[in-house]
Design a protein around this ligand. Structure first.
Ligand SMILES: *[C@@H]1O[C@H](CO)[C@@H](O)[C@H](O)[C@H]1NC(C)=O
Ligand SMILES: *[C@@H]1O[C@H](CO)[C@@H](O)[C@H](O)[C@H]1NC(C)=O
Ligand SMILES: *[C@@H]1O[C@H](CO)[C@@H](O)[C@H](O)[C@H]1NC(C)=O
Ligand SMILES: *[C@@H]1O[C@H](CO)[C@@H](O)[C@H](O)[C@H]1NC(C)=O
Ligand SMILES: *[C@@H]1O[C@H](CO)[C@@H](O)[C@H](O)[C@H]1NC(C)=O
Ligand SMILES: *[C@@H]1O[C@H](CO)[C@@H](O)[C@H](O)[C@H]1NC(C)=O
Ligand SMILES: *[C@@H]1O[C@H](CO)[C@@H](O)[C@H](O)[C@H]1NC(C)=O
Ligand SMILES: *[C@@H]1O[C@H](CO)[C@@H](O)[C@H](O)[C@H]1NC(C)=O
Length: 759
């Protein structure tokens, strides 16, 4: 999800919260019925209406209350019914589960250069058109089809396996699909049933796959945008824009409106996408933390069906800043964190004493001349405390004091709306803003007046100047794009962190990729957060919503290169080849202060597309393995049925969860010594020898047996044992190390995370 939108969605959510909770008023429920044996969708819908009629009283009531029918990839429906009716339905044998539909939030371009994507294509002699058989489904806010990024120049016919459609609607005709955007569908029944009619929101929208929000256009073009030269945001970040897989096809599923996506709509999109024949599903959205249990979460259930059908689901971890907030953490989902690239947008401050302060911002506006400086705290309106005025909130500043000045404001909370402070300064006659923002200054925001963000170093110099000069003045310069900055990448300050609160033996997130200040295509009608609310065709935004499509694109390249690989194999290739070092060869730090990170920031590390094409060894697992994993976490047969839709029995002694063949290694409750097992499959041509190398977690000894693995041919599997011997308790925290298999050319690395409960 995009960071700025994340701030906004909270206000909307509070509003929804008040309208929902009443006794027997109807709510929107998802009735999930598992796999189906019906011959066609019509017969599923007929059967759905019949079962619904048995609780609503009549077939016509049933038809009126039913909203979505899931009839393609699994069976079910959603309906506005009372909790009592929902309860009755849940007692039917054919009904697997009934749960309330909840709201999700929507969570270059140079980033591809930073990932050395050119070497992926050149080094492997892959044509840029090699991904043209891969179809990526994007569930988001739709698409702006006229964007240059979606031209289909040079693309061959739509792949025959595609069974999707180009659904027409407001300002969206069949002509808006082409050989790039090969499918387009939209879903609004859920959000309208839960939040009220879309038109009541009083913002521009299209009842079609056309995007009025910008977010979906941005994510889709990051994945598979065509090559467009001379793209920029007001000249900032100018360069060639392109998606990571510029010849991959896009199937657009619009399930998000004004930054929110109803579970029932997202599930309907997943049902269609699986049926339509997508290869990869990209979801830059997720539930509001905490993550719900998998058995009652639409994305987890839908993603399980996708996984079973061989489709990788790549999803954003969220922008919730703190530990334990990562979402989309089921083991059959690739969970994506966000990090920076080696590019900065400097908008520096020239002081009257000729000192220059480093500021960061997306600020194209040229400020004429120098202006007086004043702290918001020194410009408090009457009756307002200096502290309250320092945050530059509405009605706290005295216009007489700030008129014609540059106002220095401070962030109160991480989630402050930064753009709004500039609007308030301008309303009072201010001409510029310096925002003291220790925690998010790396994130590029846009403002209505020249504004820039500073951190601690600059604050001290600024303060010294203002304290010693009777008439302090300054000028804010427009943004200069600086590339090659160090250190990079760094974990983004906003990126949601592990541990995984549902199944802590699985380290989450899994991977990180570029998610800070990403330039990609935009909807020209989405002007709410752009400079002076101007219409733009390319925009720079930040979030795990932006890193997720980078990973989805790499997955698309891997899939085109290895069409038979399972989703788990693609996950393994991406995770085991990731790097945890930055461009200064130190462990990746976390913004804003470069603090020490762990796999709970970025999982296995920062994506390395080139290495991920030839991972050497693969940790594979099937959907049955995933079910065994849930069994060992105590899932009952009826809970499993909630995921699979079928009666699923656990083995009497399921494989312990730490032996689930995941590409990272986690033990959330380690009581003394433990042996953990993994199996790797060899994907190389020549015979090869891999040697294990271990980084011990602090207070823990790890050994691997055998320490050497010899492979003769492709597809060969070997199992090894990891003996974990703790000698210091870790006080409820995880300690981390790693296991790396090396053959002189490839490095196959798995982080190890253990919480030592007793020794
Ligand atoms: C299955 O999901 C429903 C929610 O629809 C929940 O009430 C029920 O407890 C779940 N079953 C199990 C066994 O967890
Ligand atoms: C959408 O279509 C309507 C009716 O044809 C037209 O008036 C309007 O300008 C179109 N909007 C956009 C943004 O193209
Ligand atoms: C690039 O775009 C800018 C406007 O954004 C335009 O002034 C310039 O001429 C363009 N350059 C080329 C080479 O097309
Ligand atoms: C400062 O703001 C807080 C919270 O908005 C409010 O409760 C308090 O009364 C304000 N104090 C002054 C002196 O304005
Ligand atoms: C500030 O409050 C005034 C009313 O007191 C309102 O007209 C204005 O729109 C508000 N500005 C912002 C940015 O919220
Ligand atoms: C980073 O450093 C600044 C200045 O020392 C401090 O105010 C801020 O809280 C730190 N942020 C984090 C996340 O540690
Ligand atoms: C450690 O002991 C706890 C409590 O008895 C148990 O829940 C957990 O599964 C044990 N861990 C392992 C790895 O066996
Ligand atoms: C851990 O390994 C070190 C070095 O190999 C060894 O000296 C120590 O005895 C080991 N500790 C345990 C508890 O096995």
């Amino acid at each position: 999800m995009e960071f700025a939108k994340f701030l906004k969605s909270f206000t909307i959510l509070l509003f929804i919260g008040c309208t929902l909770v009443h006794g027997s008023t109807p709510k929107h429920y998802i009735i999930y019925m598992g796999d189906h044996s019906h011959p066609n969708s019509e017969s599923v819908i007929r059967a759905n209406h019949e079962i619904l009629a048995s609780v609503t009283g009549s077939l016509s009531d049933a038809k009126a209350t039913a909203l979505h029918h899931y009839s393609k990839s699994f069976r079910g429906f959603s309906a506005m019914i009372t909790p009592e009716q929902a309860n009755k339905l849940s007692e039917y044998d054919s009904v697997v589960s009934v749960f309330e539909s909840k709201m999700n939030m929507l969570h270059t371009t140079h980033s591809w250069d930073f990932l050395r994507l050119d070497s992926v294509y050149k080094g492997n002699h892959i044509g840029l058109d090699s991904t043209s058989n891969v179809i990526v489904g994007v569930i988001d806010s739709g698409v702006w089809p006229e964007s240059e990024s979606f031209n289909d120049y040079g693309l061959g016919p739509v792949p025959e396996k595609f069974k999707g459609e180009c659904v027409t609607g407001d300002n969206f005709t069949l002509a808006n699909c082409n050989k790039k955007i090969i499918g387009a569908r939209f879903y609004s029944k859920g959000i309208e049933a839960e939040n009220g009619p879309l038109k009541d929101v009083n913002k521009i929208f299209f009842r079609s796959a056309r995007d009025s929000d910008g977010h979906g256009t941005h994510t889709a073009s990051t994945i598979a945008g065509s090559i467009v030269s001379n793209a920029s945001l007001f000249g900032i970040a100018k360069g060639t824009a392109r998606g990571g897989a510029p010849s991959a096809r896009l199937a657009i599923y619009k399930a998000c409106w004004f930054g929110l996506c109803s579970d029932a709509d997202v599930l309907s999109a997943m049902d269609d996408a699986i049926h339509d024949g997508v290869d990869i599903l990209s979801l830059s959205l997720g539930p509001f933390p905490p993550q719900p249990i998998y058995f009652e979460n639409a994305i987890s259930v839908g993603a399980f069906h996708a996984f079973q059908k061989g489709i990788l689901v790549s999803a954003s971890a969220g922008n919730s800043v703190f530990p334990r907030t990562a979402t989309n953490v089921a083991p059959w989902i690739l969970t994506v964190a966000a990090s920076t690239v080696d590019r900065e947008f400097s908008s520096n401050i020239y002081l009257g004493n000729s000192k220059i302060l480093k500021g960061l911002s997306l600020n194209p506006i040229k400020m004429e001349g120098y202006h007086g400086l004043i702290y918001g705290s020194a410009a408090a309106a009457s009756g307002v405390s200096a502290t309250n005025a320092s945050f530059c909130k509405n009605n706290t500043l005295d216009p007489n004091l700030i008129n014609g000045k540059i106002v220095i404001c401070t962030i109160e909370k991480f989630t402050d709306k930064r753009g709004e402070k500039a609007i308030i300064v301008r309303q009072g006659g201010g001409v510029g803003m310096i925002l003291i923002d220790h925690n998010a200054k790396e994130v590029g925001f846009q403002f209505v007046i020249p504004s820039t963000l500073i951190g601690q170093d600059a604050v001290e110099v600024l303060q010294a100047y203002i304290n010693t000069d009777k008439n302090p003045i300054a000028k804010i310069y427009p943004t200069v794009t600086v590339v090659g900055t160090k250190p990079a990448p760094e974990a983004a300050a906003f990126s949601s962190m592990g541990p995984n609160i549902i199944t802590p033996d699985i380290i989450k997130p899994d991977i990180t990729g570029p998610g800070v200040n990403i330039l990609a295509a935009w909807s020209p009608v989405a002007t709410e957060d752009t400079v002076e609310q101007k219409s733009v065709n390319y925009n720079i935004i930040s979030g795990t919503s932006m890193s997720c499509p980078h990973i989805s694109a790499v997955a698309a390249i891997i899939k085109s290169y290895n069409p038979s690989w399972t989703p788990a194999a693609i996950m393994s290739a991406i995770m085991t080849t990731a790097t945890v070092l930055d461009n200064t060869n130190h462990l990746i730090g976390r913004d804003p202060n470069g603090t020490q990170t762990t796999p709970f920031d970025y999982g296995s590390g920062h994506i390395n597309p080139l290495a991920s094409l030839n991972p050497g060894l693969i940790y594979d697992f099937s959907s049955q393995d995933a079910l065994n994993f849930l069994c060992s976490n105590g899932a009952s047969p009826s809970q499993l049925k909630n995921i699979t839709g079928e009666l699923t029995q656990c083995q009497k002694y399921p494989t312990p969860s730490y032996n689930f063949n995941y590409p990272s290694i986690g033990v959330s409750n380690l009581n003394g010594s433990l042996s953990v097992y993994r199996t790797v499959t060899y994907y190389g041509q020549e015979p090869a020898v891999y040697v294990a190398s271990v980084e011990n977690p602090s207070g823990v000894n790890v050994t691997v047996t055998p320490v050497v693995l010899k492979f003769w041919k492709i597809g060969e599997k070997l199992t090894f044992r990891i003996d974990i011997t703790p000698f210091v308790k870790s006080n409820g925290n995880f300690v981390f190390g790693a296991l790396t298999w090396k053959n002189g050319r490839q490095r196959v690395r798995s982080p190890i995370g253990v919480n030592v409960v007793s020794i």
